[in-house]
Design a protein around this ligand. Structure first.
Ligand code: JQB
Length: 273
């Protein structure tokens, strides 16, 4: 996969040289190219922003500079047989970035990221490229960043670990929380390693028992407890056909009960733990 990033802060993308993404790059699985947007300015001050039409606070990134940059990046990939890249624009008003979207993006041969600063990019840039390229406006969460670069790091790491050969066998994707598939709808429970006693704290007995069935059940219970506490929306969204008798008993103990549609919700008068 090829990834281009166009930014006014190329040094912000340095973490892409490290760890999993850095290794994927040195092994040739991932070709990452970071570009300074100011290379495509023509004035003495390398201006990338201007005041917003209609007034208001802050500045808006200029469409002409972004247009030249994106055209140049696209032209640099012509003849590599990939066709047009998919453009990814981080913005607080974008589609929520989820594991599902990570899987979708990991299937593309070529991504171009356009992380903005200030109040974002002149709308006409997104509208114009959307007539020729696949464009994804994406938000990594419900909080406000000062620009899109941190989102590029997040999205790139989530995508890179899905590329063939990037993760070792020891860490394959099947039980990831949120991975579409097996344990898709529950958060992961706690994990432990040696030593068996640390600061007078032991390990849950069941994990030392060697009873694989009981261990699997305990892990599922812990996953339910964490999910109910931190992400009740995930329990509510679950198809109750996925719950067995034990799950139902545990949910009842945690203050959940089936509603008219069979889906579980917090029981009226349930006590917050
Ligand atoms: C400028 C960004 C995010 C990119 C993601 C996320 O554009 C704005 N609008 C309102 C407030 C602040 C900004 C600043 N800003 C470019 C830019 C914020 C991304 C961003 C984001 N992806 N929160 N904020 N989840």
């Amino acid at each position: 996969m090829r990834i281009d990033v166009v930014t006014i802060f190329p040094e912000y993308l340095e973490p892409l040289n490290v760890s999993l993404v850095g290794k994927a790059r040195t092994r040739g699985t991932l070709d990452v190219r970071v570009h300074d947007l100011r290379e495509w300015t023509h004035d003495r001050h390398n201006t990338v922003d201007d005041t917003p039409y209609g007034g208001g606070p802050g500045m808006v990134m200029k469409p002409d500079v972004w247009g030249e940059a994106l055209d140049a990046v696209a032209a640099s990939g012509e003849g590599e047989g990939e066709g047009a890249p998919a453009l990814v624009v981080p913005t607080p008003s974008g589609r929520p970035f989820t594991q599902e979207l990570a899987v979708e993006l990991a299937a593309k041969p070529w991504l171009v990221f356009a992380p903005a600063r200030y109040e974002g990019i002149d709308r006409r840039v997104i509208d114009d490229y959307a007539t020729r390229w696949e464009v994804h406006e994406v938000s990594i969460g419900d909080y406000v960043l000062a620009g899109g670069e941190a989102a590029v790091l997040v999205i790139t790491e989530a995508v890179a670990r899905l590329l063939p050969g990037v993760l070792g066998n020891a860490e394959s994707h099947r039980d990831d929380s949120f991975a579409p598939g097996a344990m898709a709808d529950l958060l992961e429970g706690p994990v432990y390693t040696k030593p068996p006693v640390w600061r007078e704290r032991g390990i849950p007995e069941v994990l030392l028992s060697g009873h694989h069935g009981r261990i699997a059940r305990w892990r599922r219970d812990e996953a339910f407890r964490r999910t109910a506490a931190h992400r009740p929306d995930l329990i509510e969204r679950c198809d109750p056909a996925a719950f067995d008798k034990h799950d139902r008993a545990l949910l009842a103990e945690l203050g959940w009960e089936p509603g008219p549609d069979g889906r579980f919700g917090r029981a009226a008068g349930a006590v917050e733990e």
